[in-house]
Design a protein around this ligand. Structure first.
Ligand SMILES: NC(=O)c1ccc[n+]([C@@H]2O[C@H](COP(=O)([O-])OP(=O)(O)OC[C@H]3O[C@@H](n4cnc5c(N)ncnc54)[C@H](O)[C@@H]3O)[C@@H](O)[C@H]2O)c1
Length: 413
């Protein structure tokens, strides 16, 4: 059972899947290593991730390791329809297409859950939230789950704090080999990619405002800086603000930044970061978008419903003519621009993130009883192994500490 946009795209999707697979050696080597032991045999996996070519490599890998997989999208606009068609054609129960309404998005999550997964993998925790909040799913027996992103981990920790978490979850985002690379280098590059595909303007010389100097913000700021933009950072955390200042960026408030920015990129995971009062101060032609998980960082509702005129001038780029007569532009309706306007992270970095996902699913399958109803980090041996695999895949060798160094490192004297 599947619901997708266009089954005839399956062959195009297969080629795209193979391209990604060829560049995800860390993950494919892990799958080859584990194949004979079939660690996911008999498991029903429910996957709520962005349906991209990289995700298809994870899904097909989990299938090779014995799992029966059902999948849906983690965002209404992020599905690559050719990949969805390829997955449906390959025997995956998939409910995903690009351009879902909120109701369709919800329906797809419910269809995925109707396959009664015993392990749930999510990105942003809409799916975990549904299992916890909706009476329809109160009798579901889930052994455990995993969570891909910062915002989802925050939501799950809030559930655990209230003692409402129903099963153990591994916070994949919190692995070093995930957030230090995916959030920073993956989002850094793919955000620029999304902005370029939608606006195709020069970054050099532009005043680029990055809201939030966390893992994502750092990556975006450094990539925009590398293209010759003058980067400004807004923050609420004094340590992060200090770091941005010492990294050479100008730190200021959004009120000040709104007046001078040419391009705005929010990356906070917070709500109401660029509000109506900021938008009204912006220059004619200012372009804004978001790469935080949810579409709550930029006031897209104000832009799309209270403007005199809204028209899509290029793919994923809406011109909004404000009542004050100025035109400003919104990328991807305020939803994660790197996935809506581009293809998300490159395969090499997703190979690390999804190796964490796959090994965490296997860990949950084996250890769910021991963990309890908690949010735990990826076990450090998995994190370390992925770093070793990544270095090997990139043909990088490192030194080993000598006996003398090991002794020195443990000595108090
Ligand atoms: N688009 C993607 O592909 C992608 C990839 C990874 C993470 N994410 C999402 O991006 C968001 C950020 O993730 P992260 O890992 O960088 O988180 P993080 O916690 O490391 O960083 C967020 C930063 O935003 C700052 N912040 C909070 N409120 C702010 C405000 N009002 N104004 C300015 N700064 C503010 C925080 O102080 C923090 O430094 C999350 O929603 C995460 O889920 C998206």
């Amino acid at each position: 059972m599947s619901q997708i946009k266009d089954p005839s795209l399956a062959e195009k999707g297969r080629l795209s899947h193979e391209w990604a697979k060829d560049h995800m050696k860390i993950l494919t080597n892990t799958i080859q290593r584990l194949k004979s032991s079939q660690p996911l045999k008999g498991r029903r996996l429910g996957i709520c991730l962005h349906i991209t070519k990289e995700t298809s490599v994870l899904i097909m890998g989990a299938k090779e390791l014995g799992a029966d997989v059902s999948a849906c999208a983690a965002n209404p606009l992020s599905t690559q329809d050719d990949i969805a068609a390829f997955l449906a054609d390959s025997g995956i129960h998939i409910y995903a297409w690009e351009g879902q309404t909120p109701e369709e998005y919800d329906w797809c999550i419910e269809q995925m859950l109707s396959h009664k997964p015993d392990i749930l993998t999510d990105d942003g925790s809409d799916c975990h939230s549904k299992v916890h909040g909706s009476s329809k799913f109160s009798s579901m027996r889930i052994l455990g789950g995993t969570e891909e992103t910062t915002t989802g981990v925050i939501r799950l920790k809030a559930l655990a704090k209230q003692k409402k978490l129903k099963y153990p979850v591994i916070a994949v985002n919190d692995a070093y080999t995930k957030h230090m690379f995916d959030n920073r280098y993956g989002t850094g590059q793919s955000t620029i990619d999304g902005y370029l595909r939608s606006m195709n303007l020069l970054f050099a010389g532009k005043r680029v405002v990055v809201a939030g100097y966390g893992w994502v913000g750092r990556g975006v700021a450094s990539r925009a800086n590398g293209l010759g933009a003058k980067v400004y950072v807004t923050e609420v955390d004094p340590v992060r603000a200090l770091e941005a200042h010492m990294d050479g960026y100008e730190v200021l408030t959004m009120n000040e930044a709104a007046k001078i920015g040419d391009i705005f990129i929010t990356a906070t995971g917070q709500t109401g970061v660029i509000r109506k009062e900021h938008i009204l101060k912006m220059k004619e032609g200012a372009i804004m978008g978001n790469v935080g998980h949810f579409d709550v960082e930029v006031d897209a509702k104000f832009l799309l419903t209270e403007s005199k005129l809204v028209r899509e001038v290029r793919p994923s780029l809406d011109e909004c003519v404000l009542k004050n007569g100025k035109s400003v532009y919104l990328i991807g309706k305020g939803r994660i621009a790197n996935l809506v306007a581009a293809e998300g992270h490159p395969p090499e970095v997703m190979a690390q993130s999804f190796s964490n996902q796959l090994l965490s699913m296997i860990y949950i399958a084996k250890n769910h009883k021991k963990i309890g109803k908690r949010v735990i980090t990826v076990p450090s041996e998995i994190d370390q192994q992925i770093a070793i695999d990544a270095l090997n895949a990139m043909d990088v060798s490192i030194d080993k500490p000598t006996k003398e160094q090991l002794k020195y490192a443990e000595s108090w004297a």
